[in-house]
Write a protein that binds this ligand. Structure first.
Ligand code: F6P
Length: 364
């Protein structure tokens, strides 16, 4: 089908590689179809409030190595359940979905490319069910989306965490300390597991394998007894102790959208270990450093492949699908099979077995 005018929006938390996708969609839509490309600003907020700009080859030049998204993003703009504070400080919820559909029609788009994680893709699927020609492009540093081998942004985040571990190794060894690195990932342990293996961690704690603190202590003591009185621990922000403890949440608690902010498990474990051993313990919380900055080569290539294939899928009328990496190819997955599902680390996976085979303690 002819692609005369297409729209792109980036929704949810940002990650490295978003601009590679925006650039690839813009270039492929213009070069292959001579289309006009409209960038919708700040995620779905741009659709609700009709905020947009035109993108072309010139305006997407030099953005490939740029972190973040030139379109802006928001994780507070769900058009079906838009929350804001009224004058009295009370939360009010609006359904702006009709208004968004009207704005979409006003923009006269043949296709809307939505680049986002689980939440954003779920919203896109709702719009598809209401007749909008949507193609999804999966992104998240958490790498927890079903239907794709990897999401772009993940490998860059792993590299950032690995670089941090290289630095913690040298200072930890010099001071003979237990060094803890808390990484992101929400309820998935992919970043912790891959960065921990790459960065030579001695202990890796992930949400999918509840940890036994006694076993963590045993590992630290064993290393000390063997002449290495320093240990490196990577802990995913969603890790929980064995016995059904709750995930630890940020002091600021829930966001306006009711999403719980994770964080704090690293410092909790640090105090628990420090009470039990004659070694100093320090914790570093890596936070949003994992999300910002220039994408690595893998994420640039993946973002570019997903973006260009998304345009091809739109031209073939494959709406309601998400482009995905099905190694070595980029293929399509129906969004209805993906919405609301997360892909966690299987505790018996080869990657976990590999970590344990080389002596990494997974807290079990
Ligand atoms: O989903 C991506 C992610 O970075 C998670 O790893 C993390 O828990 C969350 O977003 C942080 O969200 P926010 O940017 O709202 O603090």
């Amino acid at each position: 089908m002819p692609l005369r005018r297409v729209g792109i929006l980036t929704g949810g938390g940002d990650c490295s590689g978003l601009n590679a996708v925006i650039r690839a969609i813009t270039r492929a839509a213009i070069i292959q179809h001579n289309a006009t490309v409209i960038g919708i600003e700040d995620g779905f907020e741009g659709l609700i409030f009709d905020r947009r700009c035109e993108l072309d080859i010139k305006s997407t030049r030099e953005i490939l190595p740029l972190g973040g998204t030139i379109l802006g993003t928001s994780n507070k703009g769900n058009p079906f359940e838009y929350r804001e504070f009224d004058d009295k400080g009370q939360i009010v919820v609006h359904d702006y979905s009709e208004r968004s559909v009207k704005n979409f029609k006003k923009m006269m788009l043949d296709c809307l490319f939505v680049v986002g994680g689980e939440g954003t893709l779920m919203i896109s699927h709702e719009f598809f069910k209401r007749g909008l020609p949507v193609i999804g492009v999966p992104k998240t540093i958490d790498n927890d989306l079903e239907g794709t081998d990897y999401t772009f942004g993940f490998q860059t985040a792993v590299q950032v965490a690995c670089d941090a571990l290289d630095r913690l190794q040298t200072t930890g060894k010099s001071h003979e300390r237990v060094m803890i690195l808390e990484v992101m990932g929400r309820h998935a342990g992919w970043i912790a597991l891959e960065s921990g293996i790459a960065g030579g961690a001695h202990i890796i704690l992930i949400p999918e394998i509840p940890y036994n603190l006694d076993l963590v202590m045993d590992k630290i003591k064993l290393r000390a007894a063997g002449g290495s009185p320093f240990s490196i621990i990577v802990v995913a922000e969603g890790a929980k102790p064995v016995g059904g403890g709750e995930v630890i949440t940020h002091e600021a608690g829930k966001t306006l959208q009711g999403v719980v902010r994770l964080g704090g498990v690293g410092n909790t474990i640090a105090s628990q270990i420090a009470c039990n051993i004659d070694l100093e313990v320090r914790c570093t919380v890596l936070g949003h450093i994992q999300r910002g900055g220039t994408p690595n080569a893998f994420d640039r290539v993946l973002g570019t492949r997903l973006g260009s294939y998304a345009v091809q899928a739109a031209a073939e009328g494959k709406f309601g699908h998400m482009v995905s990496l099905n190694t070595p190819d980029i293929t399509l997955a129906p969004m209805e099979n993906l919405a609301g599902k997360v892909r966690l680390v299987p505790p018996t996976s080869q990657l976990v077995q590999c970590a344990e085979a080389i002596g990494i303690c997974m807290g079990r």
